[in-house]
Design a protein around this ligand. Structure first.
Ligand code: PLP
Length: 396
C-alpha cells in the first residue's frame, strides 16, 4: 500500500487552494459579523461579500454593475445542485403558462432528478440525446423546443467525459422560442473561458468545490431583468433572492478562487490539456482495446474518460488505490452502483466497455510525473484483470 496520494478525481472535488484558505481565515474568529446587521462590524462583511460577488462575475464575464458597483446578477447559493434547482424553478415561475422543460440525457443528477420530480408535478420533460462522441443532437433540440417550453437546460461541460456543448447555439434555439436558457457550468467554470453575454445565457450555475474553494458554496448567475422567484424563502439576504445567512467564509473563498482561476485560465488550460493528452497517448500505445470517451475535439482540458474493455471499473479503481491513485468510475454520484453511468449509456458505449470506464480528472496540482506513474502502473493492472475476466476470454 502506498502512502502517497495521486489525486486524479478533481471533477468529484478539488483541494482548497492555499491562497483561498488564507482568504477565509479572518471570517471565523475576527470578522464574524452578520452581513445583514446594521452595525459597522456586520457592514464590513457585507462589503466583502460584494467584492466576492464581483470576483465571481468577472470569471463569468457578467459585466453588469448597479449604481453602487455591485455585480447583482450573481446570487450565492449552497452548492451547484441548489443553483441548478433554483435556475429551473425560477424559469418555470417566470413563464407560468409554459409547461415544458427541455434538457439533455447527459446532465448531472442535479438537473435530471429535479426535472424528474417536476415531471410528477405536471411538467413535460424532454431529454435530448447525444451521439457516440457525446455531441448533442441539435436537430432534435430544435424540434423539441416550442412555444410551450419555459426553459432549456444544457450543461457547458460534461462531468464524466468533459464534452463541451455549443451553449451559444443552444441559447439561440431557446430564445427563438421565447424560452429561457440555463447552463450548468459547474465543471466548466475556471477551466474554459466563460462569457455569459456572448453565450446568451440567462441562468448559469457554478460550484465552489470544483474550483479550489470549499464544499457547500455555489453561485447562480441570473441575467438582469429576469423576474426571479427564489427556491429558498427566508430573510432578505442576497437581495431577497436566496434566504438564509450567507456562508461568509466560503463565499469569500469562492470569490478568491474565481479571481485566481481567471488569472491562470489560459496557462492552466494549456498545461492540463497537455498532461491529459500525453497521458492518453501513453495509454493508447500501451494497452489494447481501450477507447477515449467524449468529443475529442472539444473537451474540458483536464478530463479523461477511458474505457478498458471486458473488465470492471471498480476492480481497476481498487488496484489503482493500492498505489495511492485516486480516480473514479463515472460520476461521483453513480459510484457504488454497478450500472454503467447514464452518460455512457446515452452515448451508446457498449456495456463491455462502459463497465470498465475510469474517469481521470486533473487539476493545477497534478504533475506530469504523477501521470507518468499512473500510465506505467495501468498496463499490468489491466492485463492482470483481463487474465481473470471471463468476458475477456469470450471476446478475445
Ligand atoms: N453539476 C455538475 C456538472 C457536477 O459535476 C456537479 C457535481 O459533481 C454538480 C452539478 C453538483 O454540484 P454540488 O456538488 O456543488 O452540488
Amino acid at each position: 500500500m502506498s502512502n502517497k496520494v495521486i489525486y486524479l478525481d478533481n471533477n468529484a472535488t478539488t483541494a482548497v487552494a492555499p491562497e483561498v484558505f488564507q482568504a477565509m481565515v479572518p471570517y471565523f474568529c475576527e470578522k464574524y459579523g452578520n452581513p445583514s446587521s446594521i452595525h459597522r462590524f456586520g457592514g464590513s462583511v457585507a462589503a466583502d461579500i460584494e467584492k466576492a460577488r464581483c470576483q465571481v462575475a468577472e470569471l463569468l464575464g457578467a459585466t453588469y454593475r448597479d449604481k453602487d458597483g455591485n455585480a447583482t446578477e450573481i446570487v450565492f447559493t449552497s452548492c451547484g445542485t441548489e443553483s441548478d434547482n433554483a435556475a429551473i424553478n425560477a424559469a418555470l415561475a417566470a413563464l407560468p403558462e409554459r409547461k415544458k422543460i427541455v434538457t439533455t440525457a447527459v446532465e448531472h443528477p442535479a438537473v435530471l432528478h429535479y426535472c424528474e420530480e417536476l415531471s410528477h408535478r405536471g411538467y413535460t420533460v424532454e431529454l435530448i440525446g447525444v451521439d457516440s462522441c457525446g455531441k448533442l443532437d441539435m436537430a432534435a433540440l430544435k424540434n423539441a423546443v416550442d412555444s410551450n417550453t419555459a426553459v432549456v437546460s444544457a450543461m457547458w461541460g460534461n462531468n464524466e467525459t468533459g464534452t463541451i456543448f455549443p451553449v451559444a447555439e443552444i441559447s439561440e434555439i431557446a430564445h427563438a422560442a421565447g424560452a429561457y436558457f440555463h447552463t450548468d457550468a459547474v465543471q466548466a467554470a475556471g477551466k474554459v473561458a466563460i462569457d455569459v453575454n456572448a453565450a446568451g445565457v440567462d441562468f448559469l450555475s457554478i460550484s465552489g468545490h470544483k474550483l479550489h474553494s470549499p464544499k457547500g458554496v455555489g453561485a447562480l448567475y441570473i441575467r438582469r431583468g429576469i423576474r426571479f422567484t427564489p427556491l429558498i424563502f427566508g430573510g432578505h439576504q442576497e437581495r431577497g433572492r436566496r434566504g438564509g445567512t450567507e456562508n461568509v467564509a466560503s463565499v469569500i473563498a469562492l470569490g478568491k478562487a474565481c479571481e485566481i482561476a481567471g488569472k491562470c485560465l489560459d496557462e492552466e488550460y494549456r498545461t492540463l490539456k497537455k498532461m491529459r493528452d500525453d497521458f492518453e497517448a501513453k495509454l493508447l500505445a500501451s494497452i489494447p482495446r481501450i477507447r477515449i470517451n467524449g468529443d475529442l475535439e472539444n473537451r474540458l482540458p483536464g478530463t479523461s474518460s477511458v474505457s478498458f474493455e471486458c473488465i470492471e471499473g471498480e476492480s481497476i479503481l481498487m488496484l489503482l488505490d493500492v498505489f495511492g491513485i485516486c480516480a473514479s468510475s463515472g460520476s461521483a454520484c453513480t459510484t457504488g452502483s454497478l450500472e454503467p453511468s447514464h452518460v455512457l449509456r446515452a452515448m451508446g458505449v457498449p456495456y463491455s466497455a462502459a463497465h470498465g470506464t475510469i474517469r481521470f480528472s486533473l487539476s493545477r496540482y497534478n504533475t506530469p510525473e504523477e501521470l507518468d506513474f499512473v500510465a506505467e502502473k495501468l498496463p499490468p493492472i489491466i492485463a492482470r484483470l483481463r487474465e481473470i475476466s471471463p468476458y475477456w476470454e469470450e471476446n478475445k
